[in-house]
Design a protein around this ligand. Structure first.
Ligand code: ADP
Length: 400
């Protein structure tokens, strides 16, 4: 019913060929509907919508994001929710890069759109897609305020020493080159969940958050303030990811160009789409990799070893950066589900006060939970992330 959607927020996450959406109440967390449109602008596009306990898929031509949102709106209408007259509080947009300009949720107007457009050179794969989602929503739901929530925002105040690349200052400044950090909405939300779970104010807690999904990032948060994070100027730096390489010797990129004769766009594709776990063993889905490891597949085992090696490298670095660590938390698809990753990431660290309890680690739940032993000085937690809820709350808080 339309009345049920009054005060709800429509959260949109527009990728280059996909659009994820969720309609939810920011106060009660009730999710009224969600859906995903895939292969937008390509052959074989489809949209799946879930509402009232039903899941429907339509394989239909979706030439652009406008068409995808229009099709989603028809699904909503079929369930009695006319988004135009539903009295929505806001449309909340995930925007990947806020540059130096945006570090708070921002009500979108023409000026904000032109600034996000200007920043797009920093995130050429992401921001243009986010903008297409913004334009489509503004034209289809002109009476609902649109709010941008930036993935970089949480890391805006990174200390200079952590945010600075050791290159020529003039060049860096001219081209806005610095470490921005990403997945900020998740790191912010999860670190808040940790404080709530431990029953302590965020300001008192030093924590490491490990967001391990298809994209992956780690952060060190001292008293609620991020002091380091593994993603940098782009979401390519840091941990080994599903299809992204994470950290590399920058000389390797030059070598690929000079010796392997790859063009810049080919190197971009190689490092963003054909590297990480996929590059190492042909698979980027952790469930498949775990299955292959169980079947004795050497490439899958090797990829897993590289993944864990890099993860431990960051955990160690952040323990030193923080000095005292109160909590280490795993989140996102892999972090919430892959028991072995959690065990292997923290194995043998008893002398540092980190003891994972194997039985607690093996329990499955959708709730935040402790997996460390009672005698572990550091609380090791699993806390599900919820970026849609975080975006909806932030959008609702500032919508006019
Ligand atoms: P995204 O970055 O796309 O939001 P997610 O946070 O959804 O990613 O995480 C996707 C990853 O989580 C995939 O590699 C997937 O295999 C992994 N994953 C999901 N469920 C499980 C599971 N039960 N066991 C191991 N890995 C899982």
């Amino acid at each position: 019913m339309s009345a049920g959607a009054a005060g709800a927020v429509l959260v949109l996450n527009a990728g280059s060929s996909s659009l994820k959406y969720q309609l939810l109440h920011p106060d009660t967390h009730e999710v009224l509907a969600d859906g995903i449109a895939e292969r937008i602008g390509e052959a074989g596009s489809s949209i799946t919508h879930e509402q009232d306990g039903e899941s429907e898929t339509d394989v239909v031509e979706l030439p652009d994001h406008h068409a995808a949102i229009e099709r989603a709106m028809r699904f909503f209408a079929d369930h009695g929710t006319d988004l135009r007259s539903a009295d929505l509080r806001a449309v909340g947009h995930r925007v990947v890069h806020g540059g130096r300009t945006f570090y708070r949720p921002t009500v979108i107007d023409a000026e904000v759109i032109s600034e996000i457009t200007r920043i797009s050179s920093l995130a050429p794969l992401h921001n243009p897609a986010n903008l297409i989602g913004i334009e489509a929503a503004r034209s289809l739901l002109p009476d609902v305020p649109s709010v941008a929530v930036f993935d970089t925002a949480f890391f805006h105040g990174l200390p200079d020493a952590a945010a600075t690349y050791a290159i020529d200052r003039g060049v860096a400044s001219m081209h806005a080159i610095r470490r921005y950090g990403f997945h900020g909405t998740s790191h912010d939300y999860v670190s808040g969940q940790v404080a709530e779970f431990l029953g302590r104010p965020t300001e008192e807690i030093n924590q490491i958050v490990l967001h391990l999904g298809n994209g992956a990032s780690a952060s060190a948060i001292a008293g609620g303030r991020p002091i380091d994070t593994s993603m940098g100027m782009t979401p390519l730096e840091g941990l080994v990811m599903g299809t992204r390489s994470g950290d590399l010797d920058p000389g390797l990129v030059l070598h690929l160009n000079r010796v392997a004769k790859l063009r810049v766009d080919q190197i971009d594709t190689l490092l963003n789409k054909q590297s990480g776990l996929k590059g190492l063993c042909g698979e980027n889905d952790f469930r498949t990799i775990t299955q292959k490891m169980d079947d004795g597949d050497d490439a899958a085992r090797g990829a897993y070893a590289v993944y864990i090696h890099r993860l431990r490298h960051y955990i160690g670095a952040y323990m030193i950066a923080l000095g005292r660590v109160d909590a280490i938390t795993f989140t996102a698809g892999v972090g919430e589900n892959a028991t072995s990753v959690r065990a292997d990431a923290l194995a043998g660290l008893e002398r540092y006060g980190i003891v994972v309890d194997p039985d607690r680690n093996a329990l499955r739940s959708k709730e935040p939970r402790r997996i460390s032993a009672d005698d572990s000085d550091v609380a090791v937690l699993v806390a599900p992330t919820n970026e849609e809820l975080a975006i909806a709350r932030q959008a609702a808080a500032i919508a006019p």
